[in-house]
Design a protein around this ligand. Sequence first.
Ligand code: PRX
Length: 574
Amino acid sequence: MGQVHSEIIPGRVEQSNMPDYARARADFEWEDIERHFSWYETGKVNMAYEAVDRHVQEGRGTQTALLYSDALRQESYTFADLQERSNRFGNVLRKYGIGKGDRVFIFMPRQPELYFSLLGILKIGAIAGPMFEAFMETAVKDRLEDSGAVALITTPALLHRVKKEELPELRHIILVGGGSDIEPGILSYEEEMDAAAPELTPEWLGLDDGLIMHYTSGSTGKPKGVYHVQRAMIQHYYTGKVVLDLRSDDIYWCTADPGWVTGTSYGIFAPWLNGVTNVIRGGRFSPQDWYQTIEKNQVTVWYSAPTAFRMLMGAGEGSLQGVDLSSLRHVLSVGEPLNPEVVRWGEKIYHQRIHDTWWMTETGAQLICNYPSMDIKPGSMGKPLPGIEAAILDDKGQVLPPYAMGNLAIKTAWPSMMSSIWNNQAKYEEYFRIPGWYISGDSAYMDEDGYFWFQGRIDDVINSSGERIGPFEVESKLVEHPAVAEAGVIGKPDVTRGEIIKAFISLREGYEPTAALKEEIAAFVKAGLSAHAAPREIEFKDKLPKTRSGKIMRRVLKAWELHLPAGDLSTIED
Ligand code: PRX
């Protein structure tokens, strides 16, 4: 059972595109949102047209769309620039016979070319598949193979992680920044872009035609390709308006990488559908760098994650010396539980309420949020978006009363809901096992005012620094190491990262449980999968707890770790 919460930070009605939540909910029709789009009458749509070309068509071509900076580059692009670059890229893809429905993946760090190519992919009706730059060989291969990607855009530094010879469907690799001596068979982004025409007629699509795929982790099996369609734009646009509270003169910064869903839904689609200036900062996190990014660009709306806020908090008030964050007017968070402590600190230090938002790769866009005009209860994810019905269900699908903990579920369907799991219908259906509902896999409760409170994951999925990691994927990599006989992986609570990955390992005959071996095993996962999937802690055990059918009992590992009772052990091996 949950507790009663008395702490409230009052809403700011004067500063909101949605001044009255209750009213907005009562009057809500998705169709009213659809009326905003150029396709409302025709039904023929294209995300890249709505996010870019339409602004040019309607006279906003000279407005700044993208403000990019990293340690070496500092560039600014208007909507007209984005149109031209994405047209060229669309033409490059068409030249090689790529078109509607083809999967085209992107594997590169945040830099302008990532955004140009993603928009170009969408212009021709192909499906974009952005991959996080930290992925290593196995992770890259799994995604390209499962999706049947026909083309990949990447950079010289990452190219060696792509095993082209093992990917028969991957016909083209386009290299960004490769210079003049590129391997035969690989295309130069720069040469192709120069040769391509700057005009293009977009591929007109239906609302249920493909848009984007994001691979995400569950508790079993390899990462799953969560497939989203054009229709999602309705919700991207609407949440951009009422949750991000965007207005045409905003300078908006979403810190997420497009390899994760936040970096596309809210790093590309929501801001550009709303026609605002989008700040992209390349490179890694550092408090000074982030504060300077806000100050230099005069960021007004900032969307980040609890881990980042905790790290900024950890850096102390000293890190704010001499920086002016007064341009900020709206701050939001997503990805993990936002600690009340962080919300209080945001109030004190930034003079900003940090607005928590809840959603998932599968949901495609925000669903439960704190809105600028609404009171915040620190620690709560907020209330469902107008047009969305959320509830807490028991395992049989009964709606539970306030304060009862259960499955956080959303009534189907909503515009940005995933359309399928690529090549895995059975997995898709699991989410909808209770008729009429999407079962999120999170547990939560609702209070008497209709605020939702996150309690945890129901499965074993780990959330480390807001990144979702499937234990099975890590375990599978671990057992490829010659010293590892068996491995079980859990999320261990961590003050900064929310959770860290901890691996319990039993060794093969002849291997000594040394500190050096731990390091070697962690490095092995890092090199094969990715840095964020590598265990930060390893503990050697003679034996791991298993069910009689041989499944490692992560629940028991977790109980060991937390010094808790292990619960029902009736299925354990011995
Ligand atoms: O457990 C929830 C957690 O992140 C999961 C979704 O992860 P992913 O698909 O990677 O998407 C992250 C960004 C959209 C959820 O099932 N999560 C997300 N937002 C919150 C959260 N946990 C607590 N509070 C949140 N606001």
